[in-house]
Design a protein. Structure first.
Length: 239
């Protein structure tokens, strides 16, 4: 009988303490792990304007009267210019159109294989590109390809090997095509920087000199590597 009374008293004491213990637990602040904020999604859509600069080489092959080879040379040098364009983004795909104009200083020459007393040379002093773009955006990183039309401004000259004196000179503007690829990184809401490679396929041109020198048919290809800096107008983030 004594054991039953002790057990009954213990159960009663435990029952009385339970609400108080529960109240103490309820008063403790709950620890909830903070959910990290998601990184903003970059939206590449919008108008942009920028500058570019780098290096280029123009491969020029001369054929006297379009038949007799006079040899080839690389005209190399620096370039600087600007670009303006528009992009629009659909999910991760980015499409665009761009116009680019550059000053250039690509110079080179070779001794004519047909006329060893003469040096033939080419200077490319400007070029322009009008291209469409397609790319894939990895948030702040954009990889893209491009293609379209190209134009170059060139000066052709013939000099004496013995004296270096200019014997003949002419210039022309020629049209062709361009294929290229690039990578660009958005590092602030509106600013981005990248690097780009382009290859220009230019049509052959007939270059006339004074009657004593006749004419040459010149074939040209151009390779360009440039760094780019762009400023994009509008909101930098997707919805």
């Amino acid at each position: 009988m004594k054991k039953i009374l002790i057990l009954t008293a213990s159960i009663g004491a435990l029952g009385a303490a339970a609400p108080s213990f529960g109240t103490d637990l309820a008063g403790q602040p709950a620890k909830v792990k903070a959910v990290p904020a998601a990184a903003p999604i970059i939206d590449w859509s919008g108008y942009y304007i920028g500058v570019n600069g780098g290096w280029g080489t123009s491969r020029n092959c001369w054929d006297f009267n379009g038949v007799t080879p006079e040899g080839c040379h690389n005209s190399t040098g620096g370039t600087i210019g600007g670009q303006i364009g528009y992009r629009w983004q659909i999910f991760n795909m980015v499409y665009g159109i761009e116009g680019q104009g550059n000053w250039a200083d690509f110079n080179g020459s070779n001794v004519s294989t047909a006329f060893p007393a003469d040096t033939v040379g080419t200077t490319t002093d400007a070029f322009g590109l009008l291209t469409s773009h397609i790319g894939y955006a990895f948030n702040a990183v954009l990889l893209y390809g491009k293609g379209g039309a190209a134009v170059t401004s060139n000066i052709y000259h013939v000099n004496s090997v013995a004296t270096g004196a200019e014997i003949g000179k002419n210039n022309d503007v020629r049209w062709g095509g361009v294929l290229g690829a690039g990578a660009e990184v958005s590092f602030t809401p509106n600013w981005s920087a990248g690097v780009e490679y382009n290859h220009l396929f230019m049509q052959r041109s007939n270059i006339s000199f004074p009657a004593a020198l006749g004419a040459d048919r010149v074939h040209q290809d151009v390779d360009l590597i440039t760094a780019r800096l762009n400023y994009k107008f509008g909101s930098p983030f997707a919805k």
